[in-house]
Design a protein around this ligand. Structure first.
Ligand code: ADQ
Length: 475
């Protein structure tokens, strides 16, 4: 057994980096974008930590012969290699085509296949074996997200000395949906290997407790489950962002210059509407585009005065539902531009790209109205990043009630995105909002995000995990 004196062992499906090939064909590793990475990296700066995860490349991928670096900043890295077949079955299959849609209101039909499930079990075993191998005695191990729900029990069976926490970044569905999963009992049993299980919203926590009662007949006392002579605390820990980092970038001269340049490039419109999402069918990009088109058609928005910038990050391109979603979004963009654009001035600016952090912040600053309209979202960090970027105190956030962020960001224009009239009305309300009201609501949003940043989130989770005290869903 090879053990280093880490204060914290973090495990997630992905390591916080990705392989990038430049124009000369040279491969290098860069910090990767995405919710989990953005959230955890600042917290890790404060700890002696090791991050265990998959690199994003297949084990036999000879395009990428540059080994994964041993560390990223202060955080050590440990790769769990996966084969191309495991990636197809465990990651694209069971996790992203089975669990992801089921956990997001069954917005798409899930695939349930025994072959995929077997790969999910095998990969979870592999992660658990790596953790059992590297975790120092009495270590704190923090496991992340739906790809690794079986790891807690597998690890506990091998290492009874370690303290195990799990955080689910996406919603936990109500039992009526969850019970569709053929391996529902195994998944709940896997999670009950934890000392602390954390969720984004109180409803996710209560859905999980209800599933444990229903499937395993566990005893519960408030937020604690008693199972196999072992208490499991269940709590709510709404995730946040590195507010200071976003604010500092937003305040920089380069960002201000870039923001002015972006406005000029867009033809200096009166109002820039903005959407920034992974191109995922949960994010409601299509509905948002349709609402924008309907408002242009009715004349409530004017292509000479209002433009929409939609940034859509490439994601899970091997999964069919994602290919369909991209196709639909791009068709809509083409149709709207065909009808309402002028030469040299498209009304929808669509970027199917991953952008550097600075560029994203400049875009947030340039955006007068931010549209965050998911059908279902664990939290949604984009909404919080937008508010943090608006150090000028202006800007309006339109936010779906079905994003976890809606619990906290009550000064947004909250909307039910399933209701097309309500969505159109919310956009009009945001576009026409008086400056005084905009500033007062943005002040409310910014107060809220200052109250809880990502460092606070990680601290709260880790201190409750270390203390072994019941997590409270009210604080
Ligand atoms: P995601 O579904 O990925 O995260 P989100 O919370 O919005 O969604 O995070 C996306 C992150 O990626 C943001 O930090 C954003 O800045 C970044 N990003 C988006 N588009 C980008 C682009 N084109 N270029 C560069 N960066 C881009 C999951 C859950 C969420 C939950 C998070 C964290 O689905 O509900 O909030 O985890 O728990």
């Amino acid at each position: 057994m090879e053990q280093e004196p880490y204060d914290l062992v973090v495990v997630a499906n992905r390591l916080p980096l990705a392989a990038e090939t430049d124009e000369t064909g040279e491969v290098r590793w860069v910090r990767s974008p995405g919710g989990l990475v953005s959230s955890l990296e600042p917290a890790l700066r404060l700890k002696r930590a090791v991050w265990v995860g998959w690199s994003g490349r297949a084990a036999s991928d000879d395009d990428v012969d540059v080994p994964v670096p041993e560390s990223l900043g202060p955080c050590a890295l440990r790769e769990v290699p996966l084969t191309a077949r495991q990636i197809e079955l465990y990651y694209e299959g069971f996790a992203n085509d089975g669990l992801w849609p089921l956990y997001h209101d069954a917005l798409r039909e899930s695939t349930y296949s025994s072959e995929q499930w077997d790969a999910y079990v095998a990969v979870n075993e592999r992660f658990a074996a790596t953790l059992a191998d590297i975790a120092p005695p009495d270590a704190i191990v923090w496991i992340h997200d739906y790809q690794l729900q079986l790891v807690p029990k597998m690890l506990r069976d091998q290492r009874s000395d370690v303290t195990i926490g799990f955080f689910l970044h996406i919603p936990f569905p109500p039992y009526e949906l969850f019970s569709r999963l053929p391996w529902r009992t195994e998944v709940v049993d896997g999670l009950l290997g934890c000392d602390l299980v954390g969720f984004q919203r109180p409803k996710d926590a209560s859905n999980f407790i209800a599933a444990a009662v229903e499937l395993l007949g566990v005893d519960t006392d408030d937020d604690t489950i008693e199972y196999a002579n072992h208490p499991i605390h269940v709590g709510t820990f709404p995730i946040s962002i590195d507010v200071r980092d976003v604010e500092e970038t937003a305040a920089g001269r380069a960002t201000r210059q870039r923001m002015s340049q972006i406005r000029a490039r867009l033809g200096d419109p009166e109002v820039i509407l903005l959407g920034v999402d992974r191109l995922d069918y949960t994010k409601g990009i299509g509905l948002r585009l349709k609402a924008f088109a309907a408002l242009l058609e009715s004349g409530q928005l004017d292509p000479e005065r209002h433009v929409l910038v939609q940034v859509a990050t490439p994601t899970r391109e091997a999964v069919e539902h994602y290919q369909d979603e991209r196709h639909q979004v791009e068709q809509l963009v083409g149709a709207i531009n065909g009808r309402y654009s002028r030469i040299g001035l498209p009304v929808v600016h669509y970027l199917y790209q991953t952008l550097p952090f600075d560029e994203l912040i400049a875009l947030y600053r340039a955006g007068d109205v931010m549209l965050v309209t998911p059908f279902r979202d664990g939290m949604n960090l984009v909404a919080k990043e937008y508010a943090a970027s608006h150090i000028d105190g202006d800007g309006v956030l339109v936010l779906s009630e079905f994003a976890g962020a809606a619990d906290e960001l009550t000064d947004a224009v909250l909307v039910n995105p399933h209701d097309d009239h309500a969505l159109q009305q919310a956009i009009v309300t945001a576009v026409e909002m008086h400056r005084h009201k905009r500033r007062s609501r943005m002040a409310g949003l910014r107060d809220q995000i200052h109250k809880s940043d990502v460092q606070g989130w990680a601290h709260r989770f880790l201190s409750q995990l270390a203390a072994g005290s019941p997590a409270s869903s009210s604080d």
